[in-house]
Ligand binder design. Sequence first.
Ligand code: DC
Length: 212
Amino acid sequence: MKVIAIDGPAGSGKSTIARRLADRLGLDYLDTGAMYRAVTFAALRRGIDPADGADVAAIVGDLELEVGPDGVVVDGVDATIEIRGPEVTRAVSLVAANPEVRTDMVRRQRAWTVERGGGVLEGRDIGTVVFPDALLKVYLTARPEVRAARRSKEVADLDYETVATDLARRDALDQGRDESPLVEADDAVVVDTSDLSVDEIVASLVERVGAP
Ligand code: DC
């Protein structure tokens, strides 16, 4: 099974690189962050406090999640726009730190990949937890100010300072949590994307994967 794991903090370029790489390699692409966001969306919509671990854990198993390249549907409701909004973004690190949520998401991510015979998965724990035997593990990083600038371009209604503060807070939560914290896998290829073009990075990763 051809599995490519792309991990790294917010704004490191994961989605852009993972999508392009999947395209070049003829593989499907899965944004696992969108899955944690979708669970957060479902909890908020049901009036559940995202900090209430037991209540969130109680809904996760039965959720109908469809995460595709063009959007996310949660229990039949299109949540593509809302999962990127400030409410979900503020609460998602809490939900992603919930062990029951993680167990269920990892199970779904593995099933998704097995169904397709491989894929390019982006997240925080793909190379360390979900697929420790991935064919290629990539850890993307970028300088904090570069990551914040990329994110603030995506969210037009928030100023740079707000985005930078929120990013630093989420980094600390993702890296400091007990359950599958964001860390580089020992055997990951580490790429600082601050000063490299997408084409350069994708070309070098395609070369590493080698011929089919
Ligand atoms: O990549 P993103 O910003 O959409 O991720 C949303 C949140 O989910 C972020 O707080 C990190 C978390 N996440 C995770 O814990 N594990 C993953 N595999 C993917 C995302």
